[in-house]
Structure formats: C-alpha cells, structure tokens
Design a protein around this ligand. Sequence first.
Ligand code: ATP
Ligand code: MG
Ligand code: MG
Ligand code: MG
Length: 462
Amino acid sequence: MTLSTADIRRKFIEYFSRNGHQAVASSSLVPADDPTLLFTNAGMNQFKDVFLGSEKRSYTRAVSSQRCVRAGGKHNDLENVGYTARHHTFFEMLGNFSFGDYFKQEAIQFAWSFLTEELKLPKDKLLVTVYAEDDEAFDIWENQIGVPKEKIIRIATSDNFWSMGDTGPCGPCSEIFYDHGEHIWGGPPGTSEEDGDRFIEIWNLVFMQFNRQADGTMEPLPKPSIDTGMGLERISAIMQHVHSNYEIDLFDNLIKAAATIVGTEDLSNKSLRVIADHIRSCAFLVCDGVMPSNEGRGYVLRRIIRRAVRHGYQLGASDIFFYKLVEALIKEMGEAYPELKDQKPVIEKVLRVEEEQFSKTLSRGMNILNEALEALEGTVIPGELVFKLYDTYGFPTDLTADVAREHDYTIDEDGFQAAMQAQRKRAQEASQFGADYNDTLRVEQETAFTGYDKGEQESNVV
Ligand code: ATP
Ligand code: MG
Ligand code: MG
Ligand code: MG
C-alpha cells in the first residue's frame, strides 16, 4: 500500500474518531499562556492543563495532528537537519490522548492495530521498547499483541520515562520502531549504534501513571492518562517505501521547487533539504505571529531564515529566493492548513525583507570566513572571528557552526562568549559617557538563548 502524506493524516484522524476520539485542531506554534515553552513541540502541549486536572473538557479522548517546531530550547533538532534521515525543525505530530479514560492496554492495542491493520505494515519490521521496570507493558506486547520477546527491548534511561517537570504527572513510555533494512547503518535501541538511521522511532506512547511529589515519591494517579505522538513524515516515509523523510511526496516537491528557484540541478544536495525543511518552520512561525527579531522566539526565527539563506547562497542563488518557496509550500500544505493561504502575503513579505537585509552582509561575511578557513591551523574557528561575523555581518553563531561542520571544523564557543563579554564591558564603560549601545546589547544577550531553556517544561517525549 502506498499512501500520500495527506492520506495518512486523514486516516489517522478518522481511525481514532471512529474509536471515540474528539478530533481537535492543531494549536499555534506559539504556546498559549505558557511563557516557559519556546515553541509547541508536542501534541500534548495544548492539553497540558487537562492532564494536570485544572481544565475540564467535554471529551475524555482526543486525536490531533499537531504542528511542532524543535529548533531551540530543550528540544533542538536544528543541528540534525541535513544530517539525519528523520529530523526536521518543523514536523507534524499525530497523537491520540486519553484523559483518565483508557490506559496502557488500549493505547498499545490502538497503536498496533492502526499500524498493522489500517496501514498494513509488516509486523516483522516493527520492534518496540518499554521502560525497564514496566513489566505490565512488556506483558501486553508479548502476550496480548504477540510481539516476540526478542523484539521487546527494555530501556532503563529517561528516553523511556516521561515527566512534565520535576514534580507532577510522569510515567513510563513505550516506543515503536521500524527497521528500514540491513543496508542502512544503525542498531536497535539500547545498543551503541542506536543513533543510526536503520531503526527509526515512529511512535511514542506515554503512560501517565504517577504523580511525582517534591520528595521524589511516586504516587499512583487516580486516573492514569495516555499521551502519544507519531511523526507524520516518518510514517509517510515508510508508507511511500523510502528511507528518508526528505524523500516523501511533500519534500520531494519542495526540494524540486527549491532547486528550480535557486537554479541547481543537483537534487541530492544537502543544502536543498535544509532549505525545504526551513521554509516550513519559517513560514509556519510567521503564520503564527512570530516576527524575526533580536530576542526570544523572533531570534530563533531569524536564525533559521539566515541559515536557509546561507544554504541558498551556497547553491549559487543569485537573487532573493527564500520567500518564493511559500507558493510551493501552500501547494503541499495549504489544504490542511488554510491559514497558510490566508497569510501568504505577510509570510512572503517578512521572509523577503529579512533576506534582503541579511544578503547585504552575507557574501562579505562568507568571504572573510572562507579566507580564515583556508589560513586556519587546527580545526577550531577562533571565538574572535565567530564574534566578528556575528557582530558585524549578522551571522548567528549556529550559522557559523554550520559552515564549520561542513569542513569538519568546530567553533570556539568559549572564545566567542569571552569576546561578547569584552564588548559588553566596553559598552557599559562607554555608556557612562552617554553613548547608546542598546541595540547591540540586545542582540548579544539573545545569542545564548538561555531564557527559555531553564524553566522549559519537560515534554521531551511527546
Ligand atoms: P528521536 O529520538 O528520533 O529524536 P524523539 O524521541 O525525540 O525522537 P519524541 O519526543 O518521542 O521524539 O516525539 C514523538 C514522535 O515525534 C517521534 O517518535 C517521532 O516520530 C516524531 N519526531 C520527534 N522529533 C522529530 C523531528 N525533529 N522531526 C520529525 N519527527 C520528529
Ligand atoms: Mg529527539
Ligand atoms: Mg527517541
Ligand atoms: Mg521518543
């Protein structure tokens, strides 16, 4: 069976609706009333208060396809884009939720039946993990579902134990993996080669079972709940018989559009994948009201745009190009997300203006960086240079690090921070004489982006 990405999204919602779940629309990428969370990064975010019991809904089962961004804060997959087959900055998370309704057994059964009956995935390609101590989940997989013992892997790390924070709801997880075949490097979860892309995690089932107290004790929740998340692009890859998310219908079209716009014929170029990924996060972030700026969410957006622009430059784009991809994106995703169509003029304008601004300094900055790389002894780019590129040419540090990585170099983070401190000190001293350095200072303070890191909710699993 081959299914389009749009078909899978639809099938998922239909399947769970048929099974008593309320279909709930994706919430914004900017979390409502939650300043501790950088961007919506999981389907459960919009239900946080329902899980905590402080908000009541008219339903106890829900299903959604949630737009997510993981490009900063605790969950940062920005660096993975272009390097793994399975990570995006923007992706959609399909999820089914039980608010004190069904629990472990039904959650496992729903997931298994969706994959093997609705999508007809071959059972022998699937393997699962459970939390090391979760005998109950192990037993359900083995005896009720019939997964052979050797394909149920016990994991003792936090990868298989989810918690919302230091206290509050938490519980074990069970993850479902798909084996893409021996020809791809990687080992099953729990082995030293698990970071490879042979066994790809597709679905995470979280069993919210305990309420962790301040003293660490685990009280059983009176009404345990379920939170699950499956990456739409990852399941699409499987259903379209390709290995990488970047080969699915949606990305294939975006990559071709990007190639035409920047004027390259090398469709396998990594930079095209980066651009196709970044147009999704950037367009959706602007659509949800984020504007490029020097602080907070806006600075993360600015960094992603500049990164995409640099990759276009790398491919030889001779003109402002990034905004032109909005049209292709709307073709792929406008039906599922009509707001993208409504906001088209705004999105295009914001991306165009940001690129125009950055392109003024990009090529000079790149020349300086390339010359420095040629003259460099060792493999670490000095912090002073990273700072100069940042301060004078508008290169966010991750952009310089991205270029460095392409040459197997790294950047000197500590040296960069020291250069930044020195500048701050100079600015403070100068301010005694009434000089105005405020603009510069704001940019500097944002670079490390620690603001959201500290208190960000622990929604790392789904
Ligand atoms: P991985 O270990 O592959 O990074 P994860 O454990 O961080 O995934 P979860 O937090 O469990 O992912 O999210 C639930 C599901 O969302 C995953 O099983 C996966 O299918 C999907 N997913 C997570 N991160 C990404 C991403 N950056 N791009 C695409 N899909 C993702
Ligand atoms: Mg991850
Ligand atoms: Mg994982
Ligand atoms: Mg996971």
